[in-house]
Write a protein that binds this ligand. Structure first.
Ligand code: PLP
Length: 378
């Protein structure tokens, strides 16, 4: 199998089962328990907190463990919202986009800022809006999950705080964490991550939070996670997240260059008469969106599957919708939207795999276009 849908999920790290064994056999204790094994388990979580944070931020931040990136995003929005405007972009993942729609339905003041043709926020429109309105909460994603567009969230948050130092700035970092070499500036208050996008396990995410930001809890109960996210912690999932975070950050520069090489190979070698490239050359190299001209991306996706090659059709969370909302917001019409294919790489993909992918992409698109003669059945 050749797997190029790593923005949807990644293959779990080979050591994940070891952690599952440790924390489900010998050390299965509830981290809130007051006896020594419970306290030790709690200490293991505290260590994970520190070890994860040190890769992306300096002191002054804390971490709230959640069940996934979606929960981290929802927590940021529903815990961070105040009385003034909450603003976000038109190209956010549904975890943010639909949370904002919900805020709107509840009567909150909400604004969706337009994006450019690659999916990055229009910064001028954003700053102008914040200058002219009372804005309390801003959420701008770091790396777009469909186009790979990168928003310079350190710069954007600093600019926004110059206009209004009291607003809360959140960023969805699910497709950036462990992949894009980067440290959070102090102007970023909240940052969402998800374990399964970096070879961790499904069922664990985190909201990185500046210590001085006051949030009201989104999930209420036993008071875990400093009263901000109740529910017994997924200890082995958290320990796997700690492990894969280290593996990713120890290799982040090398992985980035490797994936960039793979991405460039596809860009340079797909047939330009058959495919348009949607992603900017400045985008995260981990995500490459292309569109098969005059063809249905979905059909090519299924033909590739017969070759044992897996790619995506935009966001996996919205695969049932005929067209990608995000690519539509980038300004494309039906013809391009029909043909969208998302190729998303991991550090484990090889150049040989990419060569096969390109050969098959060109082959299937040519065949569907009728440029190549269909083989006659025997
Ligand atoms: N945010 C972005 C940018 C994503 O790409 C995803 C998943 O695709 C999510 C949030 C949701 O993460 P999870 O699947 O962990 O809920």
């Amino acid at each position: 199998m050749i797997y190029f849908d790593n923005a949807a999920t990644t293959k779990p790290d080979k050591n994940a089962l070891e952690f599952a064994k440790i924390y489900n056999e010998d050390n299965f204790f509830n981290p809130s328990a007051l006896y020594v094994p419970g306290i030790n388990t709690n200490n293991d979580i505290e260590l994970a907190r520190k070890n994860i944070l040190k890769n992306v931020c300096d002191s002054g931040y804390d971490i709230i463990f959640t069940s996934c990136g979606t929960e981290s995003d929802n927590t940021a929005v529903f815990s961070g919202v105040r009385h003034g405007y909450s603003i976000t972009t038109k190209s956010e993942h549904s975890a943010i986009y639909k949370s904002f729609l919900t805020l709107k339905q509840k009567g909150n003041l909400v604004e969706f800022i337009e994006v450019d043709k690659f999916g990055s926020v229009n910064e001028d429109v954003l700053y102008e809006f914040v200058k002219n309105n009372k804005v309390d909460f801003v959420s701008i994603m770091h790396v777009n999950n469909e186009t790979g567009a990168i928003n310079d969230i350190n710069k954007i948050s600093a600019e926004l705080k110059k206009i209004n130092p009291n607003l809360i700035f959140h960023s969805d970092g699910v497709q950036a964490f462990g992949k894009i070499p980067f440290k959070l500036a102090q102007s970023v208050d909240l940052y969402s991550i998800s374990a399964h996008k970096i070879n961790g396990l499904k069922g664990v995410g985190a909201l990185i939070k500046k210590k001085n930001i006051n949030l009201s809890p989104y999930i209420i109960g036993g008071g875990q996670e400093n009263n901000l996210r109740s529910g017994t912690e997924n200890v082995f999932g958290i320990k796997v997240l700690e492990h894969v975070t280290k593996v990713h950050y120890d290799n982040i520069e090398n992985n980035y260059s490797h994936v960039l090489e793979l991405n460039n190979y596809v860009r340079e070698n797909i047939d330009k008469d058959l495919f348009n490239v949607i992603s900017s050359s400045e985008a995260s190299p981990y995500i490459l969106s292309i569109s098969a001209i005059g063809l249905k991306g979905e059909i090519i996706t299924h033909l590739l599957e017969r070759d044992n090659i897996y790619v995506g059709n935009g966001s996996a969370c919205s695969a049932k919708n005929p067209h990608s909302r995000v690519i539509k917001e980038c300004g494309y019409g039906t013809k391009v939207l029909d043909g969208v294919i998302r190729i998303s790489f991991s550090q484990d993909n090889t150049l040989d795999e990419v060569k096969i992918l390109v050969e098959k992409l060109n082959f299937h698109a040519k065949k569907l276009k009728g440029i190549m003669r269909w083989e006659m059945p025997l």
